[in-house]
Design a protein around this ligand. Sequence first.
Ligand SMILES: [Zn+2]
Length: 409
Amino acid sequence: MMRTHIHRRRFLQFAALSAAGACLPSCSNEEPGERYTAADIDRLAQQRVQEGVQSSQGPFGPLRFKGYRGLAELPWFELDTDGELRMVDLDLPKAIDMHCHLGMSLLLAPEVDLHQRTDRVIHLLDCDATEPGCDLDLDVYINRNFTDEALDELWWGSAAQGLWGSKRAVTQTIPNLLHEMNTCNVERASILPIAFDLPFGDDLTERWIEAIDIAGAGNRLILGCSVHPQDPARFTRLRDYAAAGARIIKFHPTMQRAYPDSPVMMELYAECERLGLIVFFHCGRAGIEPESTHRYALPRHYEAALKTYPGVQFVLGHSGARDVAEALPLALRYDNVWLDTHGQGVTTLNTMLQRTGGERMLFGTDWPFYHLAASLAKLLIITEDQPGKRAALLRGNAQRLLHLAQRNT
Ligand SMILES: [Zn+2]
């Protein structure tokens, strides 16, 4: 597959545009007011206040740790002789992580070696960098654990300064992921690229599929792909990716600035159905993205897709993030909708388990943003004394999903 050479300077221009909330060719300024309302804005503000007040008040009490290493206080983990966090209860079902990425700095730094093994992984929430580690609260939406400075640095600020292309990304590699999977008893992980529609072209899908092949990791890493809704070659690409073995496609309405129920997107789902691709949506507002992009990810904008394509299996990433209250009813209403549990706090996850019975809840980690163990610990906590549910959430549901989504041609 052809590699496109990427020029850092042009990315900086793109990032500047993006940060300013400017309209790339893929978005339109004309839209009805009900797509994003004052009530929507208010709901996010309320959610933030509520989760702060309610943390530690749920059925599991306080779940605050010092760094990922601090999770060794839980019964399933220990620190090994190298001080590394390790799952020690090997009777637990081997997990399948349906939401994972590799270092995305490839956009900036094509020379980053995805095959390199380093001493430790620098996650984007780098919670083990200090002794003791950072404050990690498992009872809030996970990005609340970032300090304001860390958040600024992380994404819309210093992404443009090449932070991702530097010391962090070189640790977000295939062997480092496999190592962390081994230490956490995770058998397989879905690797989800994102197509950005950069003016010079971007090829994360090609790079990652190729790198997984070169690493011989196809038995552990489930191939994902992504196309941009404005890419004129999107249908050809979809077919090529499916032919190359992709099982799952990631759409990111926020970063791709496209409503999930827009005509161009609705057309793509039909092709995904023919190709047997699982559609994995970023869903809901994480709260850390520019407000100009919040409108695209409101859960109600996903309903037309879910309803129109009952033959497509849709995963709602982060279970709608901070809009989980609006995303959960969609999973109750449509049985082709799955909930990626990544990010939600333990009390919310427990509510989701009670309301849905857990039948379509999936283990997801959003690695390398966070250590695999952070998401794993939460599911272990809510399924204590429920071995059937635990097996479903960690593994069985993902297996069923992969089986259901099969090629229709
Ligand atoms: Zn993600």
